[in-house]
Design a protein around this ligand. Structure first.
Ligand SMILES: N[C@@H](CCC(=O)N[C@@H](CS)C(=O)NCC(=O)O)C(=O)O
Length: 207
């Protein structure tokens, strides 16, 4: 059976979510570096893997998948791990996945892209995103009076949301006021198989 291959770039938060899920599930994977700066994600060979021309993508045999949330759901289902134990838990996991990519991810990733010079924007645009990020972080902080987001064990909901908040600092967003988020991040970081984005995502192709 051939290994799963993850396509992405080490600076990409959504790629980190897929890599972190594989690592937490104890699944080795091959890796293909997609050079966004060179426009590799818009070339026909990559568009054949991900029609949206974005990273990440995941290839498992003949199956080509994209969208980090969909990839996480696929991995949870395939390996029977981190997907929630009951129908209700599985539904709650999906709620968090849809919420985080609506309210949290763009509002953390875009300030980071502005700070790192990947995106040009005026200060008022930066302030708009960070204001929305803080609105979402308040909601998250008040939900995190429990060990993990859903049930009593870590799920892919924690992976997806961790893959947003891990970049808050790089975007100039202070997590200081969010004690519950900080305590939860420390719990996620203690899970077996946890890796930072620098550690989980190679900077070049890897077999
Ligand atoms: N909703 C997508 C977002 C993916 C995304 O925004 N990827 C960025 C890199 S972090 C990308 O490929 N940007 C290049 C582009 O959109 O042209 C997911 O979760 O996979």
């Amino acid at each position: 059976m051939s290994k799963i291959t993850l396509y992405g770039i080490w600076l990409s938060g959504p790629t980190y979510k897929a890599g972190l899920a594989l690592s937490l599930m104890g699944q080795p994977f091959a890796y293909k570096h997609v050079d966004l700066r060179a426009g590799a994600h818009k070339q026909p060979d990559y568009l054949a893997v991900n029609r949206f021309g974005q990273v990440p993508a995941l290839v498992d045999g003949d199956l080509k998948l994209c969208q980090s949330g969909s990839i996480l759901l696929y991995l949870a289902d395939k390996f029977g791990k981190m997907g929630g134990k009951t129908a209700e838990e599985k539904a709650r996991v999906r709620e968090w996945l849809f919420w985080e990519y609506d309210r949290l991810a763009p509002n953390v990733y875009r300030p980071r892209a502005i700070k790192r010079g990947f995106m040009k924007a005026d200060d008022n645009v930066y302030q708009l995103y960070t204001g929305l990020a803080n609105d979402a972080l308040k909601v998250l902080d008040s939900a995190l009076t429990r060990s993990f987001l859903v049930g009593d064990e870590a799920t892919i909901a924690d992976v997806a949301v961790y893959g947003d908040v891990a970049y808050a600092g790089e975007g100039g967003i202070d997590l200081g006021p969010y004690a519950n988020i900080k305590a939860w991040m420390a719990r996620v970081e203690k899970l077996p198989g946890f890796k930072t984005y620098e550690d989980v995502l190679p900077k070049q192709d890897a077999a």
